[in-house]
Ligand binder design. Sequence first.
Ligand code: HEC
Ligand code: HEC
Length: 263
Amino acid sequence: MSSARSMVIVCTIGIASSLLFARAHPFGDAGLYAQSHSGSILQHTDIPPDARETLLTKCADCHSTQTRSPLYGRFAPVSWLMERDIVEAREAMNLSRWDSYSAEEQQAFKTKILLETKSHHMPLPQYRVIHWNTRITERDINVLTQWARQSQSISVSQAASVTTEGDAARGKDVFERRCTGCHSLDQNREGPRLNGVFGRVSGSVSDFGYSTVIKQAHITWNETTLEKWLTDPDALVPGNNMEFRVAKPQERKDLVRFLEVSN
Ligand code: HEC
Ligand code: HEC
């Protein structure tokens, strides 16, 4: 047998078994080959076209059910690794289901989207290597920031008036949904740990890297100052690092009560 011929045979066996192994899904089945990718996501939402474009071209391959699977993605073990990322990504945030998320969940995702793109954590590096033009640009960040801001100010104007006193149990719930993306009670994350924040002076967790402005503000966190901070951190301490607001007065009351009792 000539060596050329045996090469052909070895390659054929290799490709065939790789195709065969791709039918196994050790890290989860993303259903890449079963579905037709018709229909369009995020179409009937209030997401502005430019923000939508960024999400579709740079995120949707993992964060939606409309994955454009490249040819090499049909071969194991590449297919396994791709599928693992896609299954995890859809669990974290599925853009195909955007409409089914509540307004609060959408708001929380917007904040996370900003975080993940500004820090260049997303799209994942292994994806950018292949899809070299999906790196997040300055323009993408502007577009996404505007989108996140715009809808926050709409909800400020639509905010319901406060009907009752703050409720710590509801506040805990709001905290878990909206703050834990950046904060925890007992650990520093993107934001400082918040255990004991009620009564504390601003910027005083010694092992957290605050902005200079908040350290120099010397605000004591109490009902009044926390209320102002959560309404609009930038109005209270211009130039600080917390890019987040709570639009609803009732939610702010509940949160402040929760922070007070969890001291
Ligand atoms: C190659 C696949 C892939 C691409 C492309 C991708 N992501 Fe992700 N993303 C993941 C995976 C996997 C996770 C879950 C694990 C993790 O957080 O690292 C995730 C998680 C997330 C989360 C949730 C983080 C959290 O803390 O809950 C957000 C938000 C996110 N991605 C935003 C984006 C945005 C915005 C883009 C586009 C600019 C994008 N991703 C592109 C794979 C991807
Ligand atoms: C996008 C990330 C992010 C989210 C979401 C977020 N924070 Fe923050 N928070 C920060 C950062 C960053 C700082 C530090 C600001 C600085 O250094 O200028 C901060 C600071 C604070 C402080 C001042 C703490 C101190 O030690 O002086 C309080 C209080 C606070 N956040 C409360 C909250 C509450 C309550 C929520 C939920 C409604 C929340 N934050 C949501 C990022 C966030």
